[in-house]
Design a protein around this ligand. Structure first.
Ligand SMILES: Nc1ncnc2c1ncn2[C@@H]1O[C@H](COP(=O)(O)OP(=O)(O)OP(=O)(O)O)[C@@H](O)[C@H]1O
Length: 252
């Protein structure tokens, strides 16, 4: 059984079909990248999986159960987390407080605002926050205000916040956007390290092909909402439909 599966997943915005009949199966432990020219539907696909958007048609299942009608926080609690391209950091709070809030938020739904249990469980929140900061290499900066972190470390904190819910599946939307080549290389290393350490399955949306080819077991290529190719980095690279889609993207 695949960890995440989409079946005929479709999202229309008025007349525009942003995601068109997409069947995707991500096995546990895989690193998959979704690539495609601008407007191909990559972000929409992630927004459907995290339940930020309602699907028009089709189904999404996680660990074998449909999550099509779940609330976004329920999906997080089931083990799907998203990092990057979200304003998840509280700038004035310390690095550790940011991680604690993320760990608390992840528990929130399951405790149904039962504050007493929250309090009893504070040790667990604390443990999770520290484990997360350790995994992203920020434990030594736990007392620093988040806004005072250098850019690369802020991105590390964003990753830490996503990991505080102890996900099985980590969705990453352009994790290296705006980074220098060194920061990009560091991020790739970090992602691979946390994947190993925390046993993650990864779905990556990324424009930087070097990053994609470095971290992916398998690549899915979207164009105008549809999957036009799927395979290993080598297979996808040599695919004429993929080259055509990218050239078309540049011209259009
Ligand atoms: N909320 C929305 N309302 C209307 N149209 C939308 C909405 N969100 C996305 N679209 C359209 O859906 C299509 C797919 O957009 P999406 O952002 O998913 O593409 P993308 O592959 O992530 O692009 P990029 O690489 O530029 O981020 C685009 O044509 C876009 O204009």
């Amino acid at each position: 059984m695949a960890l995440l599966e989409t079946d005929g997943l479709t999202k229309s915005f008025g007349g525009l079909v942003a995601v068109d009949d997409v069947d995707l199966a991500i096995e546990e432990g895989e690193s998959i990248s979704v690539i495609g020219p601008n407007g191909a539907g990559k972000s929409t696909l992630i927004n459907l999986v995290t339940r930020m958007l309602d699907a028009s048609e089709g189904d999404i299942s996680f660990k074998g159960d449909s999550i099509l009608h779940d609330e976004p926080h329920e999906v997080v609690q089931k083990g799907v987390s998203r990092s990057f391209q979200t304003a998840s950091i509280f700038p004035e709070l310390s690095v550790e407080e940011n991680a604690q809030i993320a760990a608390l938020a992840a528990e929130h739904g399951s405790f149904k605002l039962n504050f007493l249990r929250h309090r009893n469980n504070y040790g667990e929140v604390d443990r999770l926050a520290r484990r997360t900061l350790d995994a992203v290499g920020l434990l030594g900066q736990r007392d620093v205000a988040a806004e005072d972190l250098p850019y690369g470390d802020k991105r590390r904190l964003e990753l830490g916040i996503a990991l505080a819910s102890e996900p099985d599946l980590l969705l990453m939307d352009e994790p290296t956007a705006g980074m220098s080549p060194e920061e990009t290389a560091d991020t790739v290393k970090l992602v691979e390290q946390v994947k190993e350490e925390l046993d993650l399955t990864i779905l990556l949306v990324e424009h930087d092909m070097e990053v994609v080819f470095n971290v992916s077991d398998r690549i899915v290529v979207l164009n105008r909402g549809s999957v036009i190719a799927e395979g290993s980095p080598e297979e996808v690279q040599g695919d004429p439909d993929v080259q055509e889609a990218y050239l078309g993207g540049v011209e259009g």
